[in-house]
Design a protein around this ligand. Structure first.
Ligand SMILES: CC(C)(COP(=O)(O)OP(=O)(O)OC[C@H]1O[C@@H](n2cnc3c(N)ncnc32)[C@H](O)[C@@H]1OP(=O)(O)O)[C@@H](O)C(=O)NCCC(=O)NCCS
Length: 204
């Protein structure tokens, strides 16, 4: 298995085969460039023997983000964020996704980030399975986070987060998410029934 190396700007001309996948968010250059330049050590690529790209990961850092907890106190901390991770079709299920994620996780851990978070489509069960196998947990459900899908925020506490504060309030979030899902399901059926009734009347 190849070792991940730092992503370089030339790789932007080589990664179309990877990002042109409906499950990969395709970002514009103004989004990508500052992230690559700001924390280059968190953006990695893996090369195939023919010099094409097998996969890449775009990690970033959210600095001094303030969050409040169950006890009402708020804290400021740095946390890592995975903006994108993708492996080319031919190289999937070989452990490369795991390798990219664990390499970036170890760097973020050494740099004293509190936790890592990421967003994933609800339907992307492969990626969710991968993240769960690495210890990420579904932190909250995010209705309509994507134009055509709901999403999850997933989090992985790092060693600095001894008390797992980054997962505090997860039960409340789960209950809230359940209520939200129920609401969306109800709306889906109500609008479905209305559409059938109106459709039936139009046919008559
Ligand atoms: C998600 C993705 C990065 C996984 O990369 P990968 O190199 O195939 O992942 P790994 O080989 O390390 O897989 C590790 C684990 O993830 C899960 N997994 C990954 N792909 C899977 C699949 N197709 N079906 C079921 N489980 C899968 C399994 O638990 C797997 O462990 P196992 O091989 O012991 O069963 C890759 O499928 C991909 O690029 N998908 C499109 C882009 C994408 O969805 N990115 C994430 C956006 S948030």
């Amino acid at each position: 298995m190849t070792s991940p190396r730092l992503f370089v700007l030339e790789d932007l001309f080589k990664f179309n085969n990877i990002v042109m996948d409906p499950l990969v968010e395709v970002y514009s250059l103004p989004f990508l460039l500052p992230k690559i330049l700001e924390h280059p050590e968190l953006v990695l690529a893996a090369d195939a023997p023919d010099n094409s790209l097998m996969g890449f990961i775009l990690g970033t850092r959210v600095e001094d983000a303030s969050e409040s907890f169950g006890d009402g106190k708020s804290m400021s901390w740095n946390h890592g964020h995975i903006s994108a991770v993708a492996v080319a079709d031919d190289y999937r299920k070989l452990g490369l996704g795991t390798r990219l994620l664990t390499t970036v996780r170890d760097i973020m851990d050494r740099q004293k980030d509190f936790y890592i978070d990421l967003f994933v489509r609800e339907k992307n069960t492969n990626a969710i399975g991968l993240y769960e196998s690495l210890g990420y947990v579904k932190y909250r459900w995010m209705p309509k986070f994507y134009a055509d899908d709901h999403g999850y925020e997933m989090r992985l506490p790092l060693s600095r987060d001894v008390d797992r504060k980054s997962l505090e309030g997860i039960m409340i979030k789960k209950i809230y998410s359940f209520g939200n899902k129920l609401y969306y399901l109800l709306m889906f059926y109500i609008f479905g029934i209305i559409a059938i009734i109106i459709g039936g009347k139009l046919v008559e």
